[in-house]
Ligand binder design. Structure first.
Ligand code: CUA
Length: 312
């Protein structure tokens, strides 16, 4: 009965507590109603037109007050418990050391690591790395419609709304991989708008971050260079790779694509076969996705895959 982070910890017992209380209330009320129906005093049939004497026992009202009293106490208890938990999860115990801006797009997540030093800012997509054991501040924005950011194991959901920045925070106790999902209906591929939150030891996270800030290595053979040229021509107006002429910002930044576990917002494993399926026909996998089917020959596609495989 524990969550996986500071924000989830007090919420888990509250969830179970209120569930158990609610079930108990339903069971008790059902039994009382059933008992009342079963035990009603028999009234002998009277001839039509005759008067029935009213039984004016007055102690019946006592049970109404007892019932109202018990219900009010139970409600008051759950309200107070909820307020205490809300106060507890409003802000983290220590100041967040890291701020990540998450932008919900139809249908993927842009992840931007913010910093006062512009040289430390970079973007990635659909996979968020954070250090374990430290609260992280998330700034949430919607690029087109309202989306909602939710990592269930770590905390509640917060909407990502166009023209407004919402803030939330999360902390994870241990390194691990947590699945997240858009939880506000945002169009055709809402259900396929997943993400992964990867928590690492602070040392591993620092290494990951340093690596993300670097440009990926240059191609090392002719096939890969051809792939880079094809990528820049066909994909570069929507996707960016650090250190190349591909600098589009409509789709995910692919600078270190091979470091990701999944592609297409958490719906396909990141392996060459699925990458090929995705590039060959994005609309077949995510109908309505804003990535059009690229006009590529089989050779051009193969060269692009061979180039993408170098983006470590
Ligand atoms: Cu984005 Cu639902």
């Amino acid at each position: 009965m524990a969550g996986s982070g500071d924000k989830a910890d007090p919420v888990v017992p509250l969830t179970w507590g209120v569930t158990v209380i609610s079930i108990a209330v339903i069971v008790i009320i059902s039994l009382l109603v059933a008992g009342a129906i079963w035990r009603r005093p028999g009234i002998a049939p009277q001839p039509a037109g005759s008067k029935i004497a009213v039984d004016e026992k007055t102690d019946g009202l006592r049970w109404i007050w007892i019932g109202v009293g018990i219900s009010s106490l139970v409600l008051l208890f759950t309200v107070v418990w909820t307020m205490v938990v809300l106060a507890e999860v409003t802000s983290p115990a220590t100041k967040p050391a890291l701020t990540v801006e998450i932008t919900g797009h139809q249908w993927w997540w842009q992840v931007r690591y913010l910093s006062n030093d512009p040289s430390q800012i970079f973007s990635t997509a659909n996979e968020i790395h954070i250090p374990a054991g430290q609260p992280v501040l998330f700034k949430l924005v919607g690029a087109d419609v309202i989306h909602s950011f939710w990592i269930p194991a770590l905390g509640g959901k917060t909407d990502a709304i166009p023209g407004q920045t919402n803030e939330t925070w999360l902390e994870a106790h241990t390194p691990g991989i947590y699945r997240g999902q858009c939880t506000e209906y945002c169009g055709l591929q809402h259900a396929k708008m997943g993400m992964l939150l990867i928590t690492q030891t602070p040392r591993d996270f620092a290494a990951w971050r340093t690596h993300q800030l670097e440009s990926p290595a240059r191609p090392s053979n002719g096939g890969q260079w051809a792939g880079l040229a094809n990528f820049t021509t066909h994909c570069g107006s929507c996707h960016a790779v650090r250190g190349t002429d591909a600098a589009g910002s409509l789709g995910p930044d692919l600078s270190h694509l091979m470091q990701r576990h999944t592609i297409a917002a958490g719906i396909l494993p990141n392996d060459p076969a699925d990458l090929d399926r995705w590039i060959a026909d994005p609309q077949g996998i995510k109908p309505g996705a804003l990535m059009p089917k690229p006009e590529l020959s089989a050779n051009e596609r193969a060269s692009i895959i061979s180039y993408l495989k170098t983006l470590n």
